[in-house]
Write a protein that binds this ligand. Sequence first.
Ligand code: AMP
Length: 452
Amino acid sequence: MSAIIGIYSNSDVSKKLFYGLNSLQHRGQEASGICVYNEDGVVLDKGNGLVYDHFDDSSFERLSGKIGIGHVRYATANKPHVYNAQPLLAFAKGKEFALAHDGSLVNDEALRQKLSDDGAVFQTAIDTEVILSLVAKSYDGDIVEAIKKTMDKIKGAYSVIMLFDNKLVAFRDPNGFRPLIIGESADGDTIIASENAPIEIIGINDKVRDLEPGEIIVVDESGLHSYHHGDVKRQHCIFEHVYFARNDANLDGVNAYNFRRRCGEVLAKEAPVDADLVIAVPDSGTPGAMGYAQESGIPFAEGLVKNRYMGRTFIKTTQEERELAVKLKLNPLETVLKGKKIIVVDDSIVRGTTSRNLIKRMKEAGAEEVHFRIISPPVKYPCYYGIDTPSRKRLIAANYSIEEIRERIGADSLAFISMEGMLSASRLEEDVFCKACFDGNYAVWPEESDEV
Ligand code: AMP
């Protein structure tokens, strides 16, 4: 899980990349990086920490240039090393290849092994380097052909942005697992990013659209060129709309805010309960709680105070640290909760840590009853396409029935939205979603016959 951004402009892009990455910070807080082209060639600056922590005023001078790309990396427990920060840079065949990636390959180990056997040396532990290595290896004077050859080999989720030969290049896997959006301005600037927020904030938005699954874009001095490769089978990650994307995201025809709000409305119909107040687990639970409140006629209230400075960074390895993180992040508002029957709406239950901890403390704050309502179905399967979910043995819904979960988290009642209910909230006519974390249907998987 990460965010990528690339800008091709008539003017300096360093600050635009900086602000753009800042608006995508929710997609990754572990590391940030920017790479641009200028008179000195390729300039790369990356490191651990938030965008605002890593870059300062002196960065902009060094990173001045009219074409650039950037990346923010999600905090995972196992690979926090700075050498895994992106963009990655390779020098091959007399060229510089800079590349950043959001997603996750399912066959990267086999490819890494094969490339290593052929003499490649890797400097990071991430699958992004496999993509970079394959593009550089396949390059024979035509970057689009090199990307097509790479796409024939890599399997899984990849939204990629590249800086190559004074060009801005991007490509998206044929399933479109992870989002990728392009904006163009009337005066010839182009921006490509994981979500629309930076496109709107920077204002390169006269023409905005999703990259198609399997689409390759090259922007150079002759303009914007689009190519298509691979068998398209849409598998847009539905968890982007449930939790991951910003509320203002418009991804592949779905607005995240409307989706979350409608899920709350559907849930109020599917799982009604008598109560005094509806409250949200902020922020991704908020539109769902508002939808539930509107549909049920039960008033919406704020019952949890959120610590704005923790972000989503607090991904810790031990259960004890996770419990403390929930406490630091959310505190019950006794004055609202005391003596009340409460409906709490959240976007998902993964391990059950958040819900168990919150219910206990809401009851300590005087809540008479706590009814938990979740705007997604139970998460039963790990994601192999870029969302950081734990293994099956840590997913509470993979191991316990809904009644057992209710008991373990201490709720007076517990309900999840149905799969059909959630799909109806997208208002799309076709089911174009990857829902593997809920139903275990993985559209892309390595096969013995795969040629590496
Ligand atoms: P848990 O406490 O493990 O049950 O996780 C559920 C809470 O974590 C929900 O409040 C979600 O908003 C949030 N969440 C869901 N998926 C993720 C994820 N992949 N990484 C971090 N937080 C998540």
